[in-house]
Design a protein around this ligand. Structure first.
Ligand code: PLP
Length: 419
């Protein structure tokens, strides 16, 4: 080969720096994940392939983010269109794609306004800041409190690990942010006690409609309906974290639609961009109180992420993916319930909404979620734990009936070989 002065566009992979082993990878990348020992390099629809060419059915979908699976034509088109036109210029200017996405979200939810950022944690951080400003300016509270639930998950920034009611995420990171306390999820008596305890200080109750990370635990309708009444009575904001369950995954566009209530504020991220990083915090006009200077994000709402997210939203509608989430979700639940009956020593129950389903392992079983996930990988099925004893199924919303059957058969095989 002749040497060239300009880097070749068609440089072969061999000419680029390649990390060719997990130990070399670990030498350069911080050790923040207990990675499974495969390297994924390509995807199409609900399938991905590793660097050895082995095929996997992807029921993780980038942790409930790849709404349209991998290499979806609508996303390829949107990515290409926008990167050729304008990808990022900052929020110093008006950006039509951001306005278009906000309009779609407002017209398809209970909210009146949207703020954009880049992740779930940032969306929740924005909601927490909004609640604090609401406390100071609307309720006259100097030391506001926010209640969240045990076993919740709201992100990994300091404020959001504080909001997250799981000590394992907080350990070694104290001092935490002040102004948070926790209640058991789905326990109205405990919530009423906490509301009374913090009377005059409480500005918000922040919950997931269904706890995802904390074990795929759906909220009770009666619990959320009573919370709505309490919030109205005390002018407390009800903030719902829709980061994992929103965007059609629950079989409705928003998780709160399963509960028969509307939040004052809600957050979205994971599924919103179909795997392209984007987050959003939405609120009703009654608490639309941010003014210039209050909150910002350099990348938030950039035309690239917003145009791609809008293509995801439109594809969800055009291809009836919410109905698909409901129907394929029911098929998945039925199949897993049959599995639960077949392995009563190991499986406790199956729970979830739409295409977020948890297979709950018995406490008495020696199996952990990680064992089943590891077994699934060997059989060509990707799954993700939600805590120690729950295996989470969150496939792309485009998943087919045949793929659901394949996943169920694979789980059966995995459990059979787990003895
Ligand atoms: C994943 C998740 C988050 C955090 O989102 P990031 O994009 O990882 O910051 C927050 N809340 C819920 C409910 C989540 O599932």
């Amino acid at each position: 080969m002749t040497a060239t002065l300009l880097p070749s566009v068609q440089s072969t992979p061999e000419s680029m720096p390649v990390v060719d082993s997990s130990s070399e990878f670990d030498r350069y990348v911080m050790d923040t994940y207990a990675r499974f020992p495969i390297a994924l390099e390509r995807g199409e629809g609900c399938k991905v392939w590793d660097t050895n060419g082995k095929e996997y059915l992807d029921f993780v979908a980038g942790i409930a983010t790849c709404t349209l699976g991998h290499a979806h034509p609508a996303m390829i088109k949107a990515v290409t269109e926008q990167i050729q036109k304008l990808h990022h210029v900052s929020n110093l200017y008006y950006l039509a794609p951001q306005g278009d996405l906000a309009k779609w979200l407002v017209q398809n939810s209970c909210a009146d306004k949207a703020f954009f950022c880049n992740s779930g944690a940032e969306a929740n951080e924005a909601a927490i800041k909004l609640a604090r400003k609401y406390a100071h300016t609307k309720l006259g509270i100097d030391d506001p409190m926010i209640l969240t639930a045990n076993a919740s998950f709201h992100g990994r920034t300091l404020a959001t690990i504080t909001a997250t009611g799981q000590p394992k995420y907080q350990k070694n990171f104290t001092p935490l942010v002040s102004g948070f306390d926790y209640v058991p999820y789905n326990d109205i008596a405990a919530l009423e006690t906490a509301v009374a305890k913090y009377k005059g200080r409480l500005c918000a109750i922040m919950l997931e409609p269904l706890q995802g990370e904390g074990g795929v635990r759906p909220g009770d309708r009666s619990y959320f309906q009573r919370i709505r009444e309490i919030c109205d009575e005390h002018k407390i904001l009800l903030i719902l974290d829709e980061v994992q369950v929103g965007m059609g995954r629950s079989g409705k566009l928003w998780g709160y639609e399963n509960l028969g209530i509307q939040p004052d504020v809600f957050t979205s991220a994971k599924g919103l961009g179909g795997g392209i990083p984007i987050g959003a915090m939405l609120c009703k006009s009654s608490c639309d109180i941010f003014v210039p200077g209050d909150h910002a994000s350099t990348f938030g709402g950039n035309p690239f992420a917003c145009h791609v997210a809008l293509s995801v939203c439109q594809t969800i509608v055009d291809d009836n993916l919410i109905a698909n989430a409901r129907e394929r979700g029911q098929q998945l639940k039925n199949g897993l319930e049959a599995i639960a009956q077949k392995y009563p020593d190991h499986i406790e129950t199956v729970r979830g909404w739409g295409l977020i389903v948890g297979l709950v392992i018995k406490e008495s079983s020696t199996l952990t979620a990680r064992d089943i996930v590891q077994g699934g990988i060997e059989q060509g099925l990707l799954l993700v734990p939600a805590g120690v004893k729950v295996v989470r199924f969150v496939p792309p919303l485009i998943v087919t009936a045949a793929e659901i059957d394949q996943a169920i058969a694979t789980i059966d095989k995995t459990l059979a070989s787990a003895k």
